[in-house]
Ligand binder design. Structure first.
Ligand SMILES: Cc1ncc(COP(=O)(O)O)c(C=O)c1O
Length: 403
C-alpha cells in the first residue's frame, strides 16, 4: 500500500459506488427479526421466567455448544462481560499484562482493563488483519523471561504476561493454529475473541475453541442477536464452571441461603434475551448463506475496479463474512476518508475499521508495540453494508426461519 497525496477518488471506484448494488441500505448490519422471535418472546413472557433463570437460557446454551462443537457454552449479558469473565477464569489480576492485537473493537482492551490489567497491543498481519504469530513469538523471545513460578514476565516492567487474546476481525479467522502454537511454546493461555466470527471455522474447528476459551457477541449488529448478549465457549469444565460461578454473583449453591465465596458479577443472560437467541439460532444457516451471497455480489461488483480489492477469507480458512469490506490499494487516510465522504454523499452507509487500540485515546499511554501494518490497514479498509435484508427487494418481507 502506498500513500496518495491527493484525495481524488479513481473514476472506476466512483462509478462503482454510483452503481452500488445495495442502494438504500440502512446501517452496516441490521438484525433479521420476525414472527418466530415474537412467538418465542411471547412464550417467554407468558412463562413468567424473564430473568436469568429459565428454559430458554438452558436451551440456548446447549444449542450454542452443539453448533460450535464445544463441550460448554455459558451465556452472558454481552460479549464484553464474556471476555471479562474468561479473563478472570485465567486468573488475570491487577498489574498483569494481556497481549491483544492492535486491530480490534475497543471492548477487547476494555475487558482487560476491567480486570485491572494492562492491554498491550501488538501489530497484525496483512492478510487476516489478526495478530501476527511471528510478531507474538518475537515479543516473547525478546521482551520476556521465565519467572521462578514458570510464568512469563515482561522484562521492562516485571509484570506477568497472563494471557493473549486473538481476534477474528470482521469474521475472518486469524492464523489461530500458529498463534496457539506460540502461546503453548511460551506457556501463556490463549483466549479467542470470536465476537464477530460465529460460523467461522479453521480445519473444521469453530473459532473460539483453539485456546482455553472463546467468546461470541450477540449484539444487535452481529450474525445472530439476542438484543445484547454474549457467551463463553470452552472444552474445559473448570473454566466453564468458574465463568458460570463468577457471572452468577459467585453464589454458593444452597437450597435457600444466600452466600457468595468471592466478589462476583451479575453477568448472566436473561431468559428473554435467550428466547430471542433460540429463534435466531434457527435462522443461523440462512443468515450465514446470506452473508456468503452478499460477499459474492461485492466480488462481482468490484471485480473490474483496479483500485480496490474485496476483503476475502484467508486461504484455507472458512469465514462467516460477517462484515464485508474493501481495501483501497493506494491507501492513506485521506484516500479512505474521501471514499467515506462519497458514501455519505450517495447515502451509502460506509464505515472505517475501528481505530487501532494504541490510537484510541483511552489507550494511548499503554506502552504498545509499533503497529505499521495495523495503521496501514486502518487507513485503507472501508466496511460496506452487510445486512442480510439488502438481498431482498424493499417491498418483500422476512422469509420464515430455515428457508
Ligand atoms: C471484536 C469484538 N470484541 C468484543 C465485542 C464486544 O461485544 P459486545 O458488544 O457484545 O459487548 C465486539 C462487538 O461488539 C467485537 O466486535
Amino acid at each position: 500500500m502506498t500513500a496518495r497525496t491527493t484525495t481524488e477518488i479513481p473514476s472506476d471506484l466512483r462509478g462503482a459506488f454510483e452503481r452500488f448494488p445495495f442502494q438504500g441500505a440502512e446501517g452496516l448490519h441490521t438484525p433479521e427479526l420476525g414472527d418466530l422471535e415474537k412467538a418465542y418472546l411471547s412464550e417467554c413472557i407468558d412463562s413468567g421466567f424473564v430473568s436469568s433463570v429459565g428454559a430458554y437460557v438452558d436451551r440456548f446454551e446447549s444449542e450454542l455448544a452443539s453448533f460450535a462443537g464445544a463441550r460448554f457454552a455459558v451465556a452472558t449479558s454481552s460479549g464484553t462481560t464474556a471476555l471479562h469473565l474468561a479473563l478472570l477464569a485465567a486468573d488475570v489480576k491487577p498489574g498483569d499484562l494481556v497481549l491483544v492485537p492492535a486491530i480490534t473493537f475497543v471492548a477487547t482492551a476494555n475487558a482487560v482493563s476491567h480486570c485491572g490489567a494492562r492491554a498491550v497491543a501488538l501489530d497484525v498481519e496483512e492478510e487476516s488483519m489478526g495478530l501476527n504469530p511471528k510478531g507474538l513469538s518475537e515479543f516473547f523471545e525478546s521482551q520476556t523471561t521465565v519467572g521462578p513460578d514458570g510464568t512469563r514476565l515482561h522484562s521492562a516492567t516485571g509484570a506477568v504476561v497472563r494471557a493473549v487474546i486473538a481476534v477474528h476481525v470482521l469474521g475472518h479467522p486469524c492464523d489461530i493454529v500458529a498463534i496457539s502454537e506460540v502461546c503453548e511454546r511460551f506457556g501463556v493461555p490463549l483466549l479467542e475473541d470470536a465476537a464477530e466470527s460465529m460460523g467461522s471455522f479453521v480445519d473444521g474447528i469453530h473459532t473460539g475453541l483453539f485456546g482455553f476459551a472463546g467468546i461470541f457477541s450477540f449484539n444487535g449488529n452481529k450474525t445472530i442477536t439476542t438484543g445484547g448478549g454474549g457467551c463463553v465457549v470452552t472444552n474445559n469444565p473448570v473454566v466453564a464452571e468458574r465463568v458460570r460461578h463468577l457471572g452468577t454473583t459467585a453464589r454458593i449453591p444452597h437450597p435457600f441461603e444466600f452466600d457468595h465465596d468471592v466478589v462476583g458479577f451479575n453477568y448472566r443472560m436473561p431468559n428473554l434475551n435467550a428466547a430471542l437467541g433460540c429463534a435466531q439460532l434457527e435462522r443461523l444457516p440462512a443468515l450465514l448463506s446470506a452473508q456468503q451471497e452478499i460477499y459474492r455480489c461485492y466480488l462481482g461488483h468490484f471485480q473490474d475496479v483496479n483500485s480496490v480489492e474485496v476483503v476475502s477469507q484467508p486461504d484455507g480458512r472458512q469465514s462467516n463474512y460477517w462484515l464485508q469490506a474493501i481495501r483501497l490499494r493506494h491507501g492513506g487516510r485521506e484516500a479512505r476518508d474521501a471514499v467515506l465522504s462519497l458514501g455519505a454523499e450517495l447515502g451509502i452507509p460506509l464505515r472505517p475499521l475501528w481505530k487501532p487500540v494504541p490510537l484510541v485515546e483511552a489507550y494511548r499511554d499503554g506502552g504498545h508495540e509499533d503497529i505499521p501494518v495495523a495503521t496501514a490497514i486502518y487507513h485503507s479498509v472501508v466496511c460496506l453494508p452487510s445486512s442480510p435484508a439488502i438481498l431482498r427487494p424493499a417491498s418483500s418481507t422476512l422469509p420464515e426461519a430455515g428457508t
